[in-house]
Design a protein around this ligand. Structure first.
Ligand code: UD1
Ligand code: CA
Length: 495
């Protein structure tokens, strides 16, 4: 957020009432997400960064969802919401925000809810360049200006008017300088002049762009050229994906500037707000989402998806891991192919290996669960080894139950721990055990049936089979047409 003191109070209005028909979806356009945030988040956030207080968001389609989403993504921000019931045009939209700015004197930024690539610097430039003009607006020059309002300049000097494509003459359509849809206006001028805007035009809408001609009659307007990437609005799915790519590229560039190595920035996805420390290497295909924080000197392996996860310094995430609301401690090693679900907490230097799933489980310092294991609602002490194929049976069909394993314990392979259950410090659990009772510290628990060995059984069976091949009728009477089929008993023995 801006810290420099501003001369004039600044408010912002973000227009986000439209449905966005060209998206061809049921959701209002501004709710579609890029880099983990709804489209409308970006102009609102940039306006806040430029020092706007308050920011009024004009909502219409799915107004409750839009408001809830913005409040969730910008907790504590000075947001106000104005409902525009019918979308009668951009001027009408701005007017519907007026009541939310009663008593405000200063200048008002007006932005579109569908411009996620705007930067704070551009907002500051437009604000600054207004100078003494009643209104400043951003323009850009496009090879193909179709669909945009064209900027018509007076023979000597400033902009005379903006003409919408549908109202433009063939000559006006030849103009390549277009209105980007970003304005900064003096508040008094804005409210006074908006009431003079009518709807006598091709679309029968109240056009905000009429302000330019009305300003030209008096104190004048200033046109401020901005980069065309920035002001590009999102109107359909293709533009949404292009905006997401551009924003991701920008996020990646910022990370690289701060010392993060991104092996392939074109195969990297990252939500706005994710933090990554220096000397960390991100392999191709990594996706960092939500409030993920990664420390310094880490490595995140190819194809890993981390959501709302904290990874401490020096930790290694090997390829193809999926984490959600998890914590990975310093110098821990997780993966490949590990899944950390909400509440998984891998301690310092601990190891989690392939096909291991942790949910609401704390793995102590230096503990290991390296292969094919499920630990849920469990606490595992420091230095304990969890053998391959261990399962905590934490759910009885109705309730979840805890498993508590002490320090330096050894859980043999293929152990089934039926919770609630406790295994004490230094205890051993024999491989293949199913345990339903707790194990005291230092004990050995075996929970399996004794082995039975039948001497000579296999040899005898083989001999019986060769006899059957030599004389099939005798071995399987009545089955000669159906072909050889082993008796059920011997099939079971073979499995
Ligand atoms: C508008 C400009 C055009 C400019 C273009 C830049 C007008 C009349 N035209 O055209 O000069 O080149 O933006 O992208 O302003 N909205 C509301 N309520 C409404 C109407 C619109 O909230 O009643 C919102 C929309 O949801 C959208 C924004 O205002 O976020 C712009 O509206 P849109 O209809 O897309 O305007 P354009 O026709 O693109
Ligand atoms: Ca538009």
């Amino acid at each position: 957020m801006s810290t420099s003191p501003r001369r004039t109070p600044l408010a912002a209005i973000v227009l986000a009432a439209g449905k966005g028909t060209r998206m061809k979806t049921r959701r209002a356009k501004v709710l579609h997400e890029v880099c983990g945030r709804p489209l409308a988040y970006y102009p609102v956030k940039r306006a806040l960064e430029a020092g706007a207080d308050p920011v009024v968001v004009v909502v219409g389609h799915q107004s409750e969802e839009v408001e809830a989403s913005l409040r969730r993504h910008l907790p504590g921000a000075p947001l106000r919401f104005a409902v525009q019931k019918e979308q009668l045009g951009t001027a009408h939209a701005v007017l519907s925000a007026r009541a939310r700015l009663r008593g405000f004197g200063g200048e008002v930024l007006i932005l579109s809810g569908d411009t996620p690539l705007l930067t704070t610097e551009t907002l500051r430039t437009v604000i600054q360049r207004r100078g003494r003009a009643a209104l400043a607006f951003a323009t850009m020059t496009l090879d193909n200006p179709a669909g945009y309002g064209r900027v018509v300049h007076a023979p000597h000097g400033g902009p005379a008017l903006i003409v919408e494509e549908k109202d433009a003459t063939p000559e006006e359509r030849q103009i390549h300088e277009v209105n980007a849809g970003l304005y900064c206006a003096d508040a008094a001028f804005l409210w006074k002049t908006l009431s003079r805007v009518g709807s006598k035009n091709a679309q029968r809408e109240f056009y905000l762009t009429d302000l330019v001609a009305l300003a030209a009659e008096g104190p004048g307007a200033a046109a401020v050229r901005v980069s065309l990437v920035e002001a590009a609005g999102v109107n359909d799915q293709e533009e949404l994906s292009l905006a997401a790519r551009a924003l991701t590229r920008r996020i990646g560039q910022e990370l690289m500037k701060s010392g993060v190595m991104i092996e392939d920035p074109e195969r990297f996805d990252c939500d706005e707000g994710v933090l990554v420390g220096p000397d960390t290497i991100l392999e191709p295909g990594v996706r960092l989402r939500g409030a993920t924080r990664i420390g310094a000197g880490c490595r995140v392996g190819q194809g890993s998806i981390l959501t709302d996860t904290a990874v401490a310094d020096g930790a290694v995430v090997r390829p193809y891991c999926v984490f959600e609301e998890a914590v990975v401690g310093p110098a821990a090693v997780v993966g490949p192919f590990s899944r950390l679900r909400p509440g998984a907490d891998v301690g310092e230097g601990a190891h989690v290996g392939n096909f291991v799933e942790l949910k609401k489980t704390k793995l102590g310092k230096g503990a290991k669960a390296n292969h094919l294991t499920y630990l849920g609602d469990a606490t595992v002490g420091a230095g304990t080894n969890i053998g391959c194929g261990t399962i905590t049976c934490n759910y009885d069909g109705e309730q979840k139950h805890p498993t508590v394993i002490g320090e330096k314990a050894f859980i043999g392979s293929d152990a089934i721990l039926v919770a609630p259950i406790t295994v004490g410090d230094g205890a051993y659990v024999a491989a293949g055990s199913t345990l339903t009772e707790s194990v005291p510290a230092g004990a050995l628990a075996l929970g399996r049936s004794r082995q039975v060995t039948k001497e000579g059984w296999a040899t005898a069976r083989r001999a019986q089979k060769s006899a059957a091949v030599a004389s099939p009728a005798a071995a399987a009477p009545g089955r000669s047409r159906a072909g050889p089929r082993r008796p059920a008993r011997s099939r079971r023995a073979a499995g």
